[in-house]
Ligand binder design. Structure first.
Ligand code: ADP
Length: 448
């Protein structure tokens, strides 16, 4: 096992990894940009190293700085968290070339799955259904128009290198397809330095269901069941829960098995997630693999009782999974609300600044993962996630009641947060009935 690990990330997930290391008795080194200097969670690490100015490009994304910090701190492994460099195969390669273990999947698997178009091809090869779409990348407008006519509108233009909902455009006719192609290409080029795009049939009002996977380096792959992440704004998740409400047992089993097949075919190891869309007839379609730990992983931790970050570290250290599929028995219902520093009623505009009041909820069945405290200043430079509020209860109805109570207890002042929107969601009869899909928030809070 490793003696010392560096966390190449910040905020909530940096603290999450620090805690996992402490629980394993491993020393942990944090890094920070000048914008995060003095952040309370840094004090919980054994050492904290400044890696540059506030701009992420000059700090959390700057590979030479991270590697220098790792060498100075003399660590054996780097945990990348989520976001930043977590899905960057080049970073993983550099780590390994420097004899530092990258706590994540093998470089080849990352490379393969990082390209959505390649991942689609692999899925098709192993009999996992994909959203109908173009066989390969779009080369010109004429081809795109012909494909869209063959598939029939609406279609979705997607960036091969996409992530975070960027480089994605819905097209409902020829004109919006032509405009969308240009816009998606430009957005993808500037965000990922790769402007290649492909087409998919746009599934109307689907649910987003994903399967958590753990795989070791000895050929063992298990799934940890599913999460429903249908509540999204601009293709970004806001509420996640497990089990997926109302998903027939047979479909659930098929989705989980499809995920395992795909992960095995990719020679994958460590934690990963296979994402699917489920249409109104419960037909499911693979969309992508997230080759990292995800924001919403605690939902699965609550229902399975496993610590996914500890498992990631053990897997990276070469240990075998100590349990088989038959040992994983999900219990009860878990729900997560993402608490972002943004104004949900003003188009989710970021709301950084100093938190003047911070009274977190507690009590039975409540878990709060956060790096924020009273007096903490949310910097404007990064993702707006400030906390993840989770509940775990025997049934979904009880989980909803518990979440309402926890949201009411949660008092934050000084910044705007998504808490008031969550309070409305958890009162909404369609949500309470489990009638969720990816357009739910757009349809009910159209200004947001
Ligand atoms: P990203 O990697 O940018 O997050 P994903 O492929 O994971 O993109 O898709 C994110 C979200 O976009 C999905 O959860 C879903 O809401 C929507 N989406 C993606 N593909 C489709 C599709 N073919 N039809 C309808 N919605 C889609």
């Amino acid at each position: 096992m490793f003696q010392r690990i560096l966390v190449a990330n910040r905020g909530e997930v940096a603290l999450r990894v620090i805690r996992a290391c402490k629980d394993l008795g491993i020393e942990v080194v944090a890094v920070f940009s000048e914008a995060d200097r003095g952040a309370p969670y840094l004090g919980l690490a054994d050492e904290a190293i400044c890696i540059g100015p506030p701009s992420a490009a000059e700090s959390y994304l700057k590979i030479p700085r991270l590697i220098s910090a790792a060498e100075i701190a003399n660590v054996q492994a780097i945990h990348p968290g989520y976001g930043f460099l977590s899905e960057n195969p080049h970073f993983a390669e550099v780590c390994r070339a420097c004899k530092i273990e990258f706590i994540g999947p093998p470089v080849e698997a990352m490379r393969l799955l990082g390209n959505k178009n390649e991942a689609r091809k692999l899925a098709q090869k192993v009999g996992v259904p994909v959203v109908p779409g173009s066989e390969g990348l779009i080369t010109d407008e004429k081809q795109a128009l012909a494909l869209a006519h063959a598939m029939s509108y609406p279609v979705l233009i997607k960036a091969a290198a996409g992530g975070g909902g960027r480089g994605m455009r819905v097209a409902r006719n020829d004109i919006s397809l032509q405009a969308g192609l240009k816009a998606a290409r430009q957005e993808a080029e500037s965000a990922f330095k790769d402007g290649s795009v492909y087409l998919e049939k746009y599934i109307e009002q689907p649910r987003h269901v994903e399967v958590q996977i753990l795989a070791d380096h000895h050929g063992k792959v298990v799934h940890l069941f599913e999460r429903d992440c249908s509540l999204q704004r601009r293709h970004q998740k806001l509420v996640e829960e497990s089990p997926a409400p109302g998903l027939p047992a047979k479909v659930r089993e098929e989705i989980c098995q499809a995920a395992v097949r795909l992960i095995k075919a990719a020679d994958y190891a460590n934690a990963g997630t296979c994402e699917f869309l489920v249409d109104r007839d419960h037909k499911f379609y693979f969309i992508e693999v997230n080759a990292r730990i995800q924001v919403e992983h605690p939902v699965t931790e609550l229902v399975t009782g496993l610590d996914l970050v500890r498992e990631q570290i053990r897997i990276a250290a070469g240990e075998k999974l100590r349990f088989g599929q038959e040992h994983i028995r999900p219990r009860g219902c878990a729900i997560e609300c993402r608490i972002n520093a943004e104004d949900p009623f003003a188009d989710f505009r970021p709301s950084p600044g100093r938190i003047t009041r911070w009274e977190p909820p507690g009590g039975p069945g409540v878990r709060l993962d956060t790096h924020a405290v009273a007096g903490y200043t949310v910097p404007p430079n990064y993702d707006s996630l400030v906390a993840k509020l989770l509940v775990h209860q025997p049934t979904r109805d009880e989980a909803i009641a518990c979440m309402r109570r926890a949201l009411r207890e949660f008092r934050v002042e000084g910044i705007r947060t998504t808490i008031p929107l969550h309070e409305e969601i958890f009162k909404h009869s369609a949500f309470v009935d489990g009638q969720v899909d990816t357009t739910f928030i757009e349809r009910h809070w159209s200004k947001g």
